[in-house]
Design a protein around this ligand. Sequence first.
Ligand SMILES: *Cc1c(COP(=O)(O)O)cnc(C)c1O
Length: 451
Amino acid sequence: MEGPWYKPFRIKVVEPIRLIPRAERERKLKEAGYNLFNLRSEDIYIDLLTDSGTGAMSQAQWAAMMEGDEAYAGSHSFASFLEAVREITGFPHVLPTHQGRAAEHVLFSCALEPGKYVLSNTFFDTTRANVIARGCMPLDLPIPEALDPENDLPFKGNMDLKALERTIAEKGPGKIAMIILTVTNNTMAGQPVSLGNVRAVSKIARAHGIPLFIDACRHAENSYFVREREPGYADKSPLEISRELFSLADGCTMSAKKDGLGNIGGFLAMRDQELFERCKERLILVEGFPTYGGLAGRDLAALAVGLKEALELDYLRDRVGQVRWLAERLREESIPIYWPPGGHAVYVDAGRLFPHIPLDEFPGQALACALYLEGGIRTCEVGAAMLGKDAPFQFVRLAIPRRVYTREHLEEVVETLVRIAERAGEIRGMRLVAGEGPLRHFTARFEPLGA
Ligand SMILES: *Cc1c(COP(=O)(O)O)cnc(C)c1O
């Protein structure tokens, strides 16, 4: 039996990082308009901005890259990729894309009629923006318990089934173009979705003839939670659980920058042949020929290996365990976080840490800036700055890149947060000086208040 410090890999290549002096951090942050997306990565010590495309590849992935087949059509790297995606999802039709949002764009432009509703447990930001760009209305239907950051339920990423039935009845099934389950539920603190919930949503969707797609970016982490928490799954492998998940849906979009363990890549997969033919034409127009779809052959080769590695039990135990360890350490230090932790990130509740900062002064953005100034740590605000005034929480997301940082790095993050919490009352809010629209957080600029 592995102990709590069991680590299923060792380090073969190292990438130097450094903490630049405080005065320089102050200057860089000001130049960046207090938006951490505008910083240069060499000015960051520990980068927890995202777990997307930031993971470390294995030696097997690097070896596969050397054998990448760069043929325009029919490359054997695509054949390996196709085999891996089919084995995991069971969907016969697969289109590679350069990342997840491209899969969303291709699918929505072929499957959504403008003027209709699209329902989700909670939309991810690019998915929501792609639904809106297609002229449809995204509606989030999370379970109400998800909005309680202390409720210890095992599957707070679930969709609210009553709200789903009510919405379908109110709008009429013909007005609902699609249901999308985000697995795990990234915007809802990375919480898992139970297979029981997916099964129930699938049944309702089928009864009304509404297609069900999975936003599958973190399906492997979700399957690990199902194995740990859902009765009847303790003896199943993550692969078996993921296969069961996909068997309940009509298709999926996926960012392989997450549970594909790739630095770039994604795909769109489905059962329906006719929809596939239309998506294929669209893909050729906006991404590339259907055997590469915006990726190099070597990228496909790395993903063919990474998609399978992401489902290995030792890997998932370490991955999800590292996130849990960070969450438990922060809780020990009385830093308010969303509980329980999800699979890829810990969400610090800046609303509770800085009760003196009103929402229109962006407590989350203030904390993200403080983390950089205090420790050279980059994080991502998921609150009023990203989601507007309707944001359910004022979170700062500490996203953990896969296989990149050690517990020493994360302990450094804990100690930095403790130092900030000790003088929480001195932290001031921010003013938004530029930026609008559903993706404004990528380009917005801020100024500190009362400085
Ligand atoms: C990252 C992500 C996407 C979009 O994928 P990209 O590869 O960043 O385009 C969609 N949905 C969820 C849940 C994500 O986490």
